[in-house]
Design a protein around this ligand. Structure first.
Ligand code: DAH
Length: 339
């Protein structure tokens, strides 16, 4: 029994002397741990005279509880002392660099889309959105691509229903029709977004990619207006004036239709980007076909327009020197973290 008192006194003294949690844990282990002082006392019970065993057993358990209480109380004191010290500025270094937060970054497609939206808005264009699951009517019919038009085959369409009424839009051109239905001419719109083609993927083809459609409807719109707008676009994208040239191109929704090339912004004698030709294929475009204006509820006798289909994915690849279109939507963080 004397041993119990002595142990308690020793334990309380050591607990009170602890200055941090680690030391406190150590003291706790030494007294109430599996091989601690209390356990040692309990181990002596069988060798005691029978009439002392009960008292010593109860005493040892009380001792254990008292030590545990003292440890808990001291732990509370220590943590509030730490807080107090921090509050006073002790042990707190405001110049330590913080743990690095994992932040995301904008996708290169988003970066270029936003930049182009700003550019077009500054030129008086409105940015429009359209559905990715589109009616056949908007994706084809109203764009002068009838049921049996061969252009349907070349579009590698994903159909969404048995009747072929719903498709994943194969281009952003259907937004032209939706724009004509919603807006009164004159107007200028661009519509960036995802498009889908059912095709085998390789470094320059993906089943999902991005385009930005443009349409301007007004009085007496000519090819000259189209070229002027595209030169302004190029200045915005590449930061300098670039010559352009038109080659004939066929698209059912424009007449005449063109492929617009721009002088390679990266070289003057030919490089790997322009395939040593000094020209880069920039975008298909043309004057809006009268049938398309009519399908959008606009009188082609009174109004005319131009349209263009900018390959956003291609432009992003050009801008950042990306050699495989599949990186864009592959979701690989090692790629995405570079932007
Ligand atoms: N929609 C066409 C495509 O994805 C691209 C296009 C061509 C858009 C000519 C236009 C245009 O607006 O005038 O193949």
């Amino acid at each position: 029994m004397e041993n119990l008192d002595a142990t308690l006194e020793e334990a309380l003294g050591k607990v009170a002397a602890c200055e941090d949690e680690a030391a406190l844990k150590e003291v706790e282990r030494a007294f109430v741990g599996k091989k601690g002082a209390v356990a040692a006392i309990l181990a002596t019970i069988p060798s005691l005279p029978p009439d002392e065993r009960k008292d010593v057993g109860r005493g040892a358990n009380e001792l254990k509880q008292k030590i545990l209480q003292a440890v808990a109380a001291r732990a509370g004191e220590l943590s509030s002392a730490t807080l107090e010290a921090e509050r006073k500025g002790e042990g707190f270094d405001p110049t330590l660099p913080p743990a690095r937060l994992a932040t995301g970054s904008l996708h290169p497609i988003t970066l270029v889309t936003r930049e182009l939206e700003d550019l077009f808005e500054s030129m008086g264009y409105t940015v429009l959105d359209g559905p990715e699951v589109e009616l056949d009517h908007y994706n084809f019919e109203a764009l002068n691509i009838g049921r049996d038009h061969p252009a349907r085959d070349s579009q590698d369409t994903f159909y969404c229903d048995e009747e072929g009424r719903l498709v994943l839009r194969t281009h952003t051109s259907p937004v032209q029709v939706r724009a004509m239905e919603r807006l009164d001419p004159p107007f200028r719109v661009v519509a960036p977004g995802k498009v889908f083609r059912q095709e085998t993927t390789d470094a320059s083809h993906d089943h999902t990619f991005h385009q930005m459609e443009g349409m301007v409807v007004g009085k007496d719109i000519s090819v000259g207006n189209l070229i002027g707008a595209m030169k302004t676009l190029l200045r915005g994208i590449f930061g300098k004036d670039l010559d352009v040239r038109l080659r004939p191109g066929h698209f059912p929704f424009v007449e005449p239709g063109f492929e617009l090339d721009a002088r390679c912004p990266f070289c003057s004698e030919g490089c790997s980007v322009c395939g040593r030709t000094t020209w880069i294929e920039l975008l298909p475009c043309g004057l809006v076909h009268p049938n398309v204006l009519r399908a959008g509820g606009i009188d082609p006798e009174e109004w005319s327009g131009f349209a263009f289909g900018l390959g956003l994915s291609r432009l992003v690849m050009l801008r950042y020197g990306i050699d495989d279109v599949r990186h864009l939507l592959g979701g690989d963080l090692r790629f995405l973290e570079q932007f």
